[in-house]
Design a protein around this ligand. Sequence first.
Ligand code: ZN
Length: 378
Amino acid sequence: MARREAPAAGPGSRALVVDVVRSAGAISRVELAELTGLTQPSISGIVRDLIADGVIHETGSADSVRGAPRKLLAINPANRFGIGFHVGPESVTCVAVDLTGGVVGREVVPLVDDFGRRFDDFVAGLDLPRDRIEGLAIVAPAGRVPASRGVELAAALGLPVLVENDSAAAALGEFWSRRVSRDQAFGSVYLSTGIGAGLVFSGALFRGASFDAGELGHLSIAYDGRPCPCGNRGCVERYASTAATVAAARDHAGLSARLRLDGSIPTAYDAVARAAVSGDAEAFALVDEAAKYLAVAVTSTVNLLDLGRLVLTGPGMAVAGSIYARRLRSHLAATAHARHRHEVVVELSAQPRDAAAIGAAALVVQASIAPGHTRSPS
Ligand SMILES: [Zn+2]
């Protein structure tokens, strides 16, 4: 991690210290001062307050080169919790996470409209003290849940309620739970019936002028390509989303009959993905073709932003993620503009189907213990 110019100790310093402790896992006060650029007295004061609040705790000690062993500091996971709801096409995934982004509760229910009631029911089933729950975030494809719903719910629940784009939230969840350093230019690719991306710069989600950043699916890869409902042509979503892959599979009569692809798109896509990773050459060719198109769009995004680390997530990555990861890694290694200066690390999400809900809950946690990065759309 690069050393920064010494910042003045202020409200942002506390968030900086929390973020450095989170990404380090366990760290001494001396290392904290080195990594944050804050003075030792500032670090001592901030750490004392954070320990008093229960956000961090001392976990043990590391050998010091000289003198007494150094006490190590870490995030205290079970101090507070965040709740996240992901409103998907067919269901709502509800999760609770601790301060490190670890999942401590999960439930999937059919689509509901009364989020306040759902919150009460979900929390009632958790073995967590209600006064340790810091808030709720509801995430969905852009525009599906209006920000005004969050304002109404916050008043009804007496807790902060955030509303966010699902693929953006998934990026923040991966950033938080993978302990990605805030110095890394980090992105995630969210593959579902559409394609989204999330970008985390300096520890904050990048949201753009109108909370619409990360529409990777509408990055065009062909001037005169397939028309898209967005008004453009050649959008990568028309070639590489799970919906596009299912449409291509249904055009192959033999494959379609063999895999019985007449159900919903998520169900049909999972059947194609399972066949692809089980050695069905036709299914593999379709998924691999989608991965090639996705790799072209992702490489453009990496080049535009000079990203250093990417996580592949979303339900479309749950079964056949390895096929996409292989294509993306080879395409980036061969063509990324900065390839001679740094590798672009491509990883697979550990929980691709739940990533958006986990990210929602992580947004609550971040707003609670490392505030300053979150605002809701107006
Ligand atoms: Zn489009």
